[in-house]
Design a protein around this ligand. Structure first.
Ligand code: NI
Length: 406
């Protein structure tokens, strides 16, 4: 991850072909329209209608209603060949937008605060471009407009609905606009790019009573405090220090008064890791620790553990394809950030478990225009000049992957 930002921000689009550069006004228009009508996961009705209406106007073949609101586009090239999929997510977040821009969210309490409006606009851009340039590639491109990336996850039900089949997808690529990287840079790496996401909810079931008479109670707060501290030993003492992992308790609620011992304490937490071999490991250790501490105090517990998304693991070959294309497109020397990783999660991981592929970050932050708030912030916005660069990278990946003789 780049920790220092450059002194000035401009994106050099000279390596973006004219026919894509000229799409800039449309890309911005589509993105702003989507930004104004954000919808939560599996409720992307207006979004899907807008995407469909554009595809229909351009004479592009598509299917709707996949995993509720998902759309799959199929564009065949000039002759038979391999199949490359491009994935974009469409959903927004339950956040009240604080930006004072003409295109601000018109839906109260819902906001495109992660840039998925940009992903959808870029996907529309590549659909439009490829439809006009079918003679430039062999094989087939599938463009997957996915619902509910922010949870509970639209990738898995889309795979179950068969989007990677008929024709069978050979490889998949996708991007995330990324305000942790300067405008116009690309973060890509082979292997783990983003972490697995697991969640837990735990209730300690003690016995309440008078704050001055503790020996008649089982104090859920004392037990919860021990558990919070003990959970940190999983990463510190059970995980190989060469691996990376996080256990965070993000919420802890108990009690009502100075002089009352709380009978229950509730905690919520999240676990992140890159190494797929940890699947199941944290669930087991967390339960062992909670059970052991509760037993030693005579308490019970309820534990709900959710393995939400596996880690995002890029295939070395497809990551190299994206890296080589990015080096052709982005400005040097800022250019390509080779070892970009985050403990954030993404359900692109489900696609990458099925077929080789690569997910990458396209830097979209521009502090000079006050466009550098973090993702999921109520003032999040990104520099739209980067949109054609996303389309260009996808176009070159299509040409390079599908025209390569095997
Ligand atoms: Ni996102």
């Amino acid at each position: 991850m780049v920790s220092t930002f450059p002194n000035s921000y401009s994106v050099d689009l000279s390596r973006v072909r004219l026919s894509i550069r000229s799409l800039q006004p449309q890309l911005v228009e589509w993105r702003r329209r989507l930004h104004q009508q954000p919808e939560l996961g599996f409720q992307e009705k207006l979004t899907a209608e807008f995407v469909s209406s554009q595809l229909q106007a351009w004479g592009i073949e598509y299917q709707t209603g996949i995993a509720k609101t998902g759309i799959v586009v199929t564009i065949a090239g000039s002759k038979p060949g391999k199949v490359l999929a491009i994935r974009a997510d469409m959903d927004a977040l339950p956040i009240q937008e604080l930006n004072e821009v003409p295109y601000r969210s018109q839906h109260d309490g819902v906001m495109h605060a992660c840039g998925h409006d940009g992903h959808t606009a870029i996907a529309l851009g590549i659909a439009y471009y490829l439809q006009q340039h079918r003679e430039d590639f062999a094989g087939t491109v599938k463009i997957i407009f996915q619902p509910a990336e922010e949870g509970p996850g639209g990738a898995k039900p889309m795979i179950e609905a068969g989007v990677l089949k008929n024709p069978d997808v050979d490889a998949i690529i996708g991007l995330h606009l990324w305000n942790n990287l300067p405008l116009g840079t690309v973060g890509v790496r082979a292997g783990a790019l983003m972490a697995a996401v697991e969640l837990f909810n735990c209730t300690i079931l003690g016995k309440g009573g008078h704050g001055a008479i503790p020996h008649q109670t089982v104090d859920s707060i004392v037990i919860a405090a021990q558990i919070v501290n003990a959970l940190q030993t999983i990463v510190a003492r059970n995980v190989n220090p060469i691996d990376s992992a996080v256990v965070t308790v993000g919420a802890l609620h108990a009690g009502t008064a100075h002089n009352v011992i709380a009978d229950t304490a509730n905690m919520k937490g999240t676990v992140r890791y890159f190494n797929p071999e940890f699947a199941g490991f944290f669930k087991q250790r967390i339960e062992q620790i909670i059970a052991g501490i509760c037993q030693s105090h005579g308490a019970n517990y309820d534990l709900e553990y959710i393995s939400l998304y596996p880690p995002v693991i890029n295939d070395a070959g497809i990551a190299e394809l994206v890296r080589s294309v990015a080096e052709e497109v982005v400005e040097t020397p800022v250019g390509v950030v080779p070892e970009c990783q985050t403990m954030g999660g993404e359900d692109m991981s489900f696609f990458l478990r099925e077929v080789p592929g690569c997910y990458f970050f396209l830097g979209s932050a521009n502090p000079e225009k006050n466009l550098a708030y973090p993702h999921h912030h109520p003032r999040f916005d990104f520099d739209e000049t980067v949109l054609p660069m996303g389309v260009e990278i996808f176009a070159r990946c299509v040409e390079k992957f599908l025209n390569k003789s095997t």
